[in-house]
Design a binder for this molecule. Structure first.
Ligand SMILES: NC(=O)c1ccc[n+]([C@@H]2O[C@H](COP(=O)([O-])OP(=O)(O)OC[C@H]3O[C@@H](n4cnc5c(N)ncnc54)[C@H](O)[C@@H]3O)[C@@H](O)[C@H]2O)c1
Length: 256
Protein backbone atom coordinates (compact mmCIF):
# COMPACT_ATOMS: atom_id res chain seq x y z
CA UNK A 1 0.00 0.00 0.00
CA UNK A 2 1.40 3.43 -0.89
CA UNK A 3 1.94 6.02 1.86
CA UNK A 4 -0.94 8.07 0.53
CA UNK A 5 -3.37 5.13 0.55
CA UNK A 6 -2.20 4.08 4.00
CA UNK A 7 -2.73 7.62 5.31
CA UNK A 8 -6.20 7.70 3.80
CA UNK A 9 -7.06 4.29 5.24
CA UNK A 10 -5.81 5.35 8.67
CA UNK A 11 -7.79 8.59 8.57
CA UNK A 12 -10.98 6.70 7.79
CA UNK A 13 -13.93 8.15 5.89
CA UNK A 14 -13.67 11.64 7.42
CA UNK A 15 -15.22 14.67 5.78
CA UNK A 16 -13.59 15.01 2.37
CA UNK A 17 -13.22 18.79 2.53
CA UNK A 18 -12.20 19.08 6.20
CA UNK A 19 -10.29 22.32 6.78
CA UNK A 20 -10.77 23.68 3.27
CA UNK A 21 -11.98 27.21 2.62
CA UNK A 22 -14.27 27.18 -0.41
CA UNK A 23 -16.10 29.97 -2.27
CA UNK A 24 -19.39 29.19 -4.01
CA UNK A 25 -20.93 31.59 -6.55
CA UNK A 26 -24.55 31.31 -7.65
CA UNK A 27 -25.08 29.96 -4.14
CA UNK A 28 -28.78 30.67 -3.77
CA UNK A 29 -29.77 29.08 -7.09
CA UNK A 30 -31.46 25.74 -7.57
CA UNK A 31 -28.23 23.77 -7.83
CA UNK A 32 -26.07 26.21 -5.84
CA UNK A 33 -28.13 26.00 -2.65
CA UNK A 34 -27.74 22.21 -2.62
CA UNK A 35 -24.02 22.47 -3.36
CA UNK A 36 -23.75 24.84 -0.37
CA UNK A 37 -25.29 22.25 1.94
CA UNK A 38 -23.15 19.44 0.57
CA UNK A 39 -19.89 21.41 0.82
CA UNK A 40 -20.57 22.24 4.47
CA UNK A 41 -21.55 18.62 5.14
CA UNK A 42 -18.24 17.57 3.59
CA UNK A 43 -16.37 19.74 6.10
CA UNK A 44 -15.66 22.90 4.11
CA UNK A 45 -15.59 26.40 5.57
CA UNK A 46 -17.94 27.96 3.06
CA UNK A 47 -18.17 31.50 1.71
CA UNK A 48 -21.32 31.88 -0.37
CA UNK A 49 -22.27 34.61 -2.79
CA UNK A 50 -25.06 35.53 -5.19
CA UNK A 51 -26.80 38.70 -6.36
CA UNK A 52 -29.47 39.16 -3.68
CA UNK A 53 -28.24 40.13 -0.20
CA UNK A 54 -31.32 38.84 1.65
CA UNK A 55 -31.22 35.43 -0.03
CA UNK A 56 -27.49 35.10 0.61
CA UNK A 57 -28.01 35.94 4.29
CA UNK A 58 -30.83 33.38 4.61
CA UNK A 59 -28.80 30.65 2.95
CA UNK A 60 -25.74 31.34 5.07
CA UNK A 61 -27.80 31.18 8.26
CA UNK A 62 -29.35 27.89 7.15
CA UNK A 63 -26.17 26.08 6.14
CA UNK A 64 -23.57 27.66 8.43
CA UNK A 65 -21.60 29.73 5.93
CA UNK A 66 -20.40 33.30 5.63
CA UNK A 67 -21.46 35.34 2.64
CA UNK A 68 -22.25 38.59 0.92
CA UNK A 69 -24.01 39.62 -2.25
CA UNK A 70 -21.76 40.54 -5.15
CA UNK A 71 -22.03 40.69 -8.93
CA UNK A 72 -19.33 38.16 -9.77
CA UNK A 73 -18.96 39.62 -13.26
CA UNK A 74 -17.70 42.86 -11.69
CA UNK A 75 -13.96 42.12 -11.46
CA UNK A 76 -13.28 44.75 -8.78
CA UNK A 77 -16.35 43.78 -6.79
CA UNK A 78 -15.41 40.11 -6.74
CA UNK A 79 -11.80 40.93 -5.92
CA UNK A 80 -13.11 42.78 -2.86
CA UNK A 81 -15.30 39.81 -1.91
CA UNK A 82 -12.33 37.45 -2.24
CA UNK A 83 -10.23 39.67 0.07
CA UNK A 84 -13.06 39.73 2.62
CA UNK A 85 -13.37 35.91 2.50
CA UNK A 86 -9.64 35.49 3.12
CA UNK A 87 -9.83 37.84 6.10
CA UNK A 88 -12.80 35.89 7.52
CA UNK A 89 -11.84 32.28 6.70
CA UNK A 90 -8.22 32.25 5.58
CA UNK A 91 -6.69 31.40 2.20
CA UNK A 92 -9.10 30.04 -0.37
CA UNK A 93 -8.47 26.39 -1.27
CA UNK A 94 -11.31 25.90 -3.71
CA UNK A 95 -14.00 27.68 -5.67
CA UNK A 96 -17.18 26.50 -7.37
CA UNK A 97 -18.29 28.90 -10.10
CA UNK A 98 -21.96 27.95 -10.26
CA UNK A 99 -23.35 31.39 -11.21
CA UNK A 100 -25.13 31.26 -14.52
CA UNK A 101 -27.97 32.72 -16.56
CA UNK A 102 -30.43 30.66 -18.62
CA UNK A 103 -32.59 32.87 -20.84
CA UNK A 104 -33.42 30.71 -23.89
CA UNK A 105 -34.33 32.45 -27.15
CA UNK A 106 -34.26 31.55 -30.82
CA UNK A 107 -31.14 32.80 -32.57
CA UNK A 108 -33.06 35.46 -34.49
CA UNK A 109 -34.68 36.85 -31.35
CA UNK A 110 -31.46 37.29 -29.39
CA UNK A 111 -30.80 40.99 -28.80
CA UNK A 112 -27.42 42.59 -28.12
CA UNK A 113 -28.55 42.94 -24.50
CA UNK A 114 -29.50 39.24 -24.13
CA UNK A 115 -26.26 38.19 -25.81
CA UNK A 116 -24.16 40.36 -23.50
CA UNK A 117 -26.06 39.33 -20.35
CA UNK A 118 -25.81 35.62 -21.19
CA UNK A 119 -22.13 35.63 -22.09
CA UNK A 120 -21.34 37.76 -19.04
CA UNK A 121 -23.57 35.78 -16.66
CA UNK A 122 -22.11 32.40 -17.62
CA UNK A 123 -18.59 33.01 -18.94
CA UNK A 124 -17.70 36.46 -17.58
CA UNK A 125 -18.57 35.43 -14.02
CA UNK A 126 -16.34 32.35 -14.17
CA UNK A 127 -13.38 34.26 -15.60
CA UNK A 128 -13.73 37.14 -13.14
CA UNK A 129 -13.72 34.69 -10.22
CA UNK A 130 -10.75 32.75 -11.59
CA UNK A 131 -8.85 36.02 -12.10
CA UNK A 132 -9.31 36.84 -8.40
CA UNK A 133 -8.55 33.47 -6.78
CA UNK A 134 -5.77 32.07 -8.97
CA UNK A 135 -2.88 34.33 -7.89
CA UNK A 136 -3.14 33.21 -4.25
CA UNK A 137 -3.58 29.56 -5.22
CA UNK A 138 -0.53 29.72 -7.49
CA UNK A 139 1.51 31.39 -4.74
CA UNK A 140 0.55 28.57 -2.33
CA UNK A 141 1.03 25.87 -4.98
CA UNK A 142 -2.39 24.33 -4.46
CA UNK A 143 -6.05 24.94 -5.18
CA UNK A 144 -9.03 23.62 -7.11
CA UNK A 145 -11.39 25.51 -9.40
CA UNK A 146 -14.70 24.02 -10.53
CA UNK A 147 -16.46 25.87 -13.35
CA UNK A 148 -20.02 25.24 -14.53
CA UNK A 149 -20.46 24.22 -18.16
CA UNK A 150 -23.51 22.46 -19.63
CA UNK A 151 -24.32 19.76 -22.13
CA UNK A 152 -25.42 22.70 -24.32
CA UNK A 153 -21.81 23.87 -24.38
CA UNK A 154 -20.62 20.46 -25.55
CA UNK A 155 -23.20 19.48 -28.17
CA UNK A 156 -25.34 22.57 -28.74
CA UNK A 157 -28.53 23.44 -26.93
CA UNK A 158 -31.63 21.28 -27.42
CA UNK A 159 -33.88 24.27 -26.66
CA UNK A 160 -33.13 27.27 -28.89
CA UNK A 161 -30.32 29.01 -26.99
CA UNK A 162 -27.25 29.44 -29.19
CA UNK A 163 -26.05 32.36 -27.02
CA UNK A 164 -26.14 30.17 -23.87
CA UNK A 165 -24.44 27.26 -25.66
CA UNK A 166 -21.73 29.63 -26.89
CA UNK A 167 -21.12 30.94 -23.38
CA UNK A 168 -20.94 27.42 -21.90
CA UNK A 169 -18.68 26.23 -24.73
CA UNK A 170 -16.51 29.19 -23.78
CA UNK A 171 -16.45 27.98 -20.18
CA UNK A 172 -15.09 24.62 -21.36
CA UNK A 173 -12.40 26.22 -23.54
CA UNK A 174 -11.46 28.59 -20.73
CA UNK A 175 -11.28 25.73 -18.22
CA UNK A 176 -8.90 23.72 -20.39
CA UNK A 177 -6.75 26.75 -21.22
CA UNK A 178 -6.47 27.85 -17.60
CA UNK A 179 -5.57 24.29 -16.60
CA UNK A 180 -2.68 24.40 -19.05
CA UNK A 181 -1.50 27.70 -17.59
CA UNK A 182 -1.86 27.11 -13.86
CA UNK A 183 -1.68 23.36 -13.24
CA UNK A 184 2.13 23.38 -13.54
CA UNK A 185 1.89 25.54 -10.37
CA UNK A 186 -0.17 22.91 -8.55
CA UNK A 187 -3.62 24.39 -9.19
CA UNK A 188 -6.37 22.26 -10.76
CA UNK A 189 -9.07 23.70 -13.03
CA UNK A 190 -12.01 21.50 -14.03
CA UNK A 191 -15.61 21.87 -15.12
CA UNK A 192 -18.86 20.11 -14.33
CA UNK A 193 -21.17 19.70 -17.30
CA UNK A 194 -24.67 19.04 -15.97
CA UNK A 195 -27.42 17.56 -18.03
CA UNK A 196 -31.02 18.71 -17.52
CA UNK A 197 -31.46 19.21 -13.79
CA UNK A 198 -34.67 19.68 -11.85
CA UNK A 199 -34.40 23.28 -10.62
CA UNK A 200 -36.55 26.43 -10.75
CA UNK A 201 -34.38 27.58 -13.70
CA UNK A 202 -36.43 25.16 -15.80
CA UNK A 203 -39.41 27.24 -14.58
CA UNK A 204 -41.23 27.91 -17.82
CA UNK A 205 -41.15 24.26 -18.88
CA UNK A 206 -44.42 22.31 -18.56
CA UNK A 207 -44.49 18.89 -16.80
CA UNK A 208 -44.68 17.32 -20.28
CA UNK A 209 -41.62 19.25 -21.48
CA UNK A 210 -39.71 18.28 -18.32
CA UNK A 211 -40.65 14.63 -18.85
CA UNK A 212 -39.54 14.81 -22.49
CA UNK A 213 -36.21 16.34 -21.43
CA UNK A 214 -35.75 13.70 -18.75
CA UNK A 215 -36.49 11.00 -21.29
CA UNK A 216 -33.27 11.95 -23.09
CA UNK A 217 -31.27 10.47 -20.21
CA UNK A 218 -30.63 6.77 -19.80
CA UNK A 219 -32.48 6.94 -16.46
CA UNK A 220 -35.57 8.50 -18.07
CA UNK A 221 -35.60 11.38 -15.59
CA UNK A 222 -34.11 14.78 -14.84
CA UNK A 223 -31.01 15.01 -12.66
CA UNK A 224 -31.36 16.22 -9.09
CA UNK A 225 -29.22 19.04 -7.65
CA UNK A 226 -27.48 16.75 -5.14
CA UNK A 227 -26.27 14.58 -8.02
CA UNK A 228 -24.52 17.61 -9.52
CA UNK A 229 -23.18 18.69 -6.12
CA UNK A 230 -21.48 15.31 -5.59
CA UNK A 231 -19.26 15.98 -8.60
CA UNK A 232 -18.18 19.31 -7.09
CA UNK A 233 -17.14 17.63 -3.84
CA UNK A 234 -15.10 15.09 -5.81
CA UNK A 235 -13.32 17.76 -7.87
CA UNK A 236 -12.48 19.83 -4.76
CA UNK A 237 -11.34 16.86 -2.71
CA UNK A 238 -8.07 14.93 -2.34
CA UNK A 239 -9.74 12.12 -4.34
CA UNK A 240 -9.08 14.07 -7.56
CA UNK A 241 -5.53 15.38 -7.14
CA UNK A 242 -4.49 14.10 -10.62
CA UNK A 243 -7.56 15.48 -12.39
CA UNK A 244 -7.26 18.78 -14.24
CA UNK A 245 -8.54 20.27 -17.49
CA UNK A 246 -11.39 17.77 -17.24
CA UNK A 247 -15.06 18.22 -18.06
CA UNK A 248 -17.03 15.95 -15.74
CA UNK A 249 -20.31 15.02 -17.41
CA UNK A 250 -23.11 14.57 -14.89
CA UNK A 251 -25.92 14.05 -17.36
CA UNK A 252 -27.42 10.60 -16.87
CA UNK A 253 -25.81 9.42 -20.08
CA UNK A 254 -28.07 11.73 -22.03
CA UNK A 255 -25.56 12.26 -24.82
CA UNK A 256 -24.50 8.66 -25.46
N1 LIG B 1 -30.57 23.46 -14.24
C1 LIG B 1 -30.07 22.85 -15.31
O1 LIG B 1 -30.75 22.04 -15.96
C2 LIG B 1 -28.66 23.13 -15.75
C3 LIG B 1 -28.11 22.36 -16.79
C4 LIG B 1 -26.81 22.60 -17.21
C5 LIG B 1 -26.06 23.59 -16.59
N2 LIG B 1 -26.60 24.33 -15.58
C6 LIG B 1 -25.75 25.34 -14.96
O2 LIG B 1 -25.67 25.09 -13.57
C7 LIG B 1 -25.54 26.32 -12.86
C8 LIG B 1 -26.64 26.44 -11.82
O3 LIG B 1 -27.89 26.34 -12.50
P1 LIG B 1 -29.30 26.49 -11.73
O4 LIG B 1 -30.24 25.62 -12.42
O5 LIG B 1 -29.10 26.34 -10.26
O6 LIG B 1 -29.65 28.01 -12.11
P2 LIG B 1 -30.21 29.17 -11.18
O7 LIG B 1 -30.66 30.25 -12.10
O8 LIG B 1 -31.20 28.64 -10.20
O9 LIG B 1 -28.92 29.64 -10.36
C9 LIG B 1 -27.94 30.47 -10.92
C10 LIG B 1 -27.57 31.52 -9.87
O10 LIG B 1 -26.51 32.34 -10.40
C11 LIG B 1 -26.74 33.66 -9.94
N3 LIG B 1 -26.06 34.63 -10.78
C12 LIG B 1 -26.29 34.89 -12.10
N4 LIG B 1 -25.51 35.88 -12.52
C13 LIG B 1 -24.75 36.26 -11.45
C14 LIG B 1 -23.76 37.25 -11.25
N5 LIG B 1 -23.39 38.10 -12.24
N6 LIG B 1 -23.19 37.37 -10.04
C15 LIG B 1 -23.59 36.56 -9.03
N7 LIG B 1 -24.51 35.59 -9.14
C16 LIG B 1 -25.10 35.47 -10.34
C17 LIG B 1 -28.27 33.81 -10.00
O11 LIG B 1 -28.70 34.88 -9.18
C18 LIG B 1 -28.75 32.45 -9.55
O12 LIG B 1 -29.02 32.40 -8.14
C19 LIG B 1 -25.60 27.43 -13.91
O13 LIG B 1 -24.28 27.81 -14.27
C20 LIG B 1 -26.31 26.76 -15.06
O14 LIG B 1 -26.03 27.36 -16.31
C21 LIG B 1 -27.88 24.12 -15.15
Amino acid sequence: MSDEVAAMAAAGPGPLLEGQTVILTGATGGIGSTIARMLVAAGARLAATDLDEGRVATLCAEVGAVGRAVDVADWGGFEGFHGWVESELGPVDGIVNCAGLWAPQAWNEVTPETWAATVTGNLGTAFSACRAVLPGMIARGRGSVVNFASTAGEYGSISPAAHYAAAKGGVIAMTKSLAREVSPHGVRVNAISPGPTDTPALGAASPEQKAATGARTLFNRLGQPHEIAGGCVFLLSPLSTFVTGHVLRVNGGSLL
